[in-house]
Design a protein around this ligand. Structure first.
Ligand code: IPD
Ligand code: CA
Ligand code: CA
Length: 264
């Protein structure tokens, strides 16, 4: 693909994210947003806004790129023959959204032959649009962003999240929280993995980790973080995607703490 073709894909991913964001906003802080528990788990929910946002993005892809494959949180996977795969979280941060908290986003990554080449994370309430194209740097609302460069963990503000099976599985990240909390300046739980990772890219957070995530949570964000100079690793092999991302020195220190032998 040429640079111009990547730019066209990026513009389409941005259009999709903005259109989906507008749809989501039409449900925000409204009375009946159709909250449903997935698989009977009240910690894992979907709303009418998730579904409407996803429908909009998938219809756009079907219309313009019918040969591209799709992986989207609520509808699953649709395979076609081209090497392109759109990885979509139509509403990341549904729990925040469901109670009227403003941290939520649309996350759209595009992979070509397994490599992420475009990433867009759009937080419609906050008016923050992050984007990156492979090799072209990372941007927030059109301005280039770079990850932080801190060397001392005790000066860092970090974020994490908790797995949706926390009600039945004691392997719920609290062991990591107790290890990291005393070592850092501050710890946050903001509630949208895609925004957390994008905030690491912009240097608003020094690092973020979470286990048991899925491809749609991290695909776009990790390209944005990589392009901003961040480092990331999978810190566990047994819990889906367990990502730690941060400015390089901080990420290495956290990775060492998170990949310890556990006894839960
Ligand atoms: C969730 C958010 C949250 C993270 C959860 C994810 P969803 O995604 O990213 O921050 O802690 O693990 O499942 O369900 O709102 O798309
Ligand atoms: Ca998500
Ligand atoms: Ca979601």
């Amino acid at each position: 693909m040429t640079d111009e073709e990547y730019d066209d894909l990026l513009l389409d991913a941005i259009r999709c994210a903005q259109g989906a964001g507008e749809i989501i906003m039409s449900y925000f802080r409204k009375k009946d947003i159709g909250i449903q528990a997935k698989h009977g788990n009240e910690s894992d929910i979907v709303t009418a806004a998730d579904k409407a946002s996803e429908r909009y993005v998938i219809d756009f892809i079907h219309g313009k790129y019918p040969e591209h494959s799709i992986l989207s949180e609520e509808s699953g996977r649709e395979n076609h023959d081209s090497g392109y795969l759109w990885v979509i979280d139509p509403l990341d941060g549904t729990t925040n959204f469901s109670v009227g908290l403003p941290n939520f986003s649309v996350s759209i990554g595009i992979k070509q032959n397994g490599e992420t080449v475009v990433g867009v994370v759009y937080a419609p309430y906050l008016g923050e649009l992050f984007h990156a194209v492979k090799g072209g740097g990372a941007y927030l609302n059109g301005e280039r962003i770079f990850t932080g460069a801190k060397q001392r963990l005790d000066q860092c503000v970090v974020a994490t999240g908790f797995p949706v099976d926390k009600d039945v599985n004691p392997d719920n990240n609290l062991d990591n929280v107790s290890r990291v909390l005393p070592l850092v300046r501050g710890m946050r739980r903001l509630g949208s993995a895609a925004i957390d990772i994008s905030y690491v890219a912009a240097g608003f957070l020094d690092a973020y980790w979470e286990m048991n995530l899925h491809e749609w949570d991290v695909c776009a964000g990790l390209l944005i973080a990589d392009e901003a100079g961040a480092k990331h690793d999978n810190f566990r092999g047994d819990r889906n995607i367990s990502v730690v991302v941060g400015s390089p020195h901080v990420e290495e220190e956290l990775f060492a703490i998170l990949s310890h032998d556990r006894h839960v």
